[in-house]
Design a protein around this ligand. Structure first.
Ligand SMILES: Nc1ncnc2c1ncn2[C@@H]1O[C@H](COP(=O)(O)OP(=O)(O)O)[C@@H](O)[C@H]1O
Ligand SMILES: [Mg+2]
Length: 254
């Protein structure tokens, strides 16, 4: 289970991204990047963050720790900005928090080098979850204490916006030509050999169990949150076995 904390203070919005995540303090004295249920695509973005973040972590990739953050909309009352006030007011209840990596630098493909093994693992993972948000223009990778950390998995698993077409969608190819790590000759075959066997039904059950029920309730076509959890697991399980052959647009390293 993800740790549960309660927000005690909203500090400031983080402006780089589109979804207006904020920085907040919580009752465990932690500082978290807060992603709101009331933002843009709403709770599906948060579900994607949990599924991808917890899957990536179990595959050995670095992802800041995730927590759930209880938010009392009252915290927004003193906010001078209308946009922030609206966001806080519409996000009462369970939101997503992520450990804030203080002092982290945004990854710049021209300033940093990544080895073919690590690049391969990350491109393979992004292809698996169909992440369209790791381009060189917008890498969503942070450098922190000399290591690469993965953030922002809200724009993944496009199939969860249209469940009847999920199976077909999960079979599609992944164009990596714009990927932030495309220039580092990612070793996809090596990554597939190492990671694909680890994406099992058991692992995906463990990962999807981390999604809070509140973000899964009342999805049209599903009777229970657990039915929807299984629907998240199925396309990932099917895709893991074949995805490295579906990656296009990069020169592969060995
Ligand atoms: N865990 C974190 N630690 C430090 N900075 C972060 C963290 N998460 C996000 N940020 C900063 O906030 C920005 C926006 O966050 P992101 O998750 O990419 O949201 P968006 O969906 O708005 O793009 C990032 O580009 C990064 O600069
Ligand atoms: Mg982003």
């Amino acid at each position: 289970m993800l740790k549960k904390v309660a927000a005690t203070r909203y500090i400031t919005p983080l402006r780089e991204g589109g979804s207006l995540p904020g920085l907040a303090e919580a009752d465990d004295f932690g500082t978290y990047v807060l992603k709101f249920t009331g933002a843009g695509q709403g709770r599906k973005t948060l579900v994607a963050e949990v599924v991808c973040g917890e899957l990536a972590r179990r595959l050995g990739l670095r992802v800041p720790r995730l927590v759930t953050v209880a938010l009392d909309p009252v915290l927004g009352l003193g906010e001078p900005e209308q946009q922030v006030q609206d966001l806080l007011r519409s996000s009462g209840g369970t939101n997503l928090g992520m450990d804030f990596l203080s002092g982290a630098l945004g990854f710049d493909p021209l300033a940093f080098t990544v080895g073919p093994e690590e690049a391969g693992r990350i491109v393979w993972f992004d292809a698996l979850v169909n992440n369209v948000d790791r381009s060189w223009r917008n890498p969503n990778l942070l450098m922190w204490h000399g290591d690469l950390w993965l953030i922002d998995h809200g724009a993944t698993m496009i199939w969860h916006h249209n469940w009847p077409g999920a199976e077909a969608s999960a079979g599609r190819s992944y164009d990596a030509s714009d990927h932030a790590l495309a220039r580092f000759t990612p070793d996809l075959a090596g990554a597939a050999a190492e990671l694909a066997p680890r994406v099992t039904e058991e692992l995906l059950a463990e990962v999807t169990a981390e999604i809070p029920d509140a973000w899964l309730a009342d999805e049209p076509g599903f009777d229970t949150p657990d039915d929807l959890r299984r629907a998240y697991a199925r396309p990932l399980l099917a895709r893991a076995a074949v995805v490295h052959e579906r990656v296009t647009g990069i020169e592969e390293g060995k």
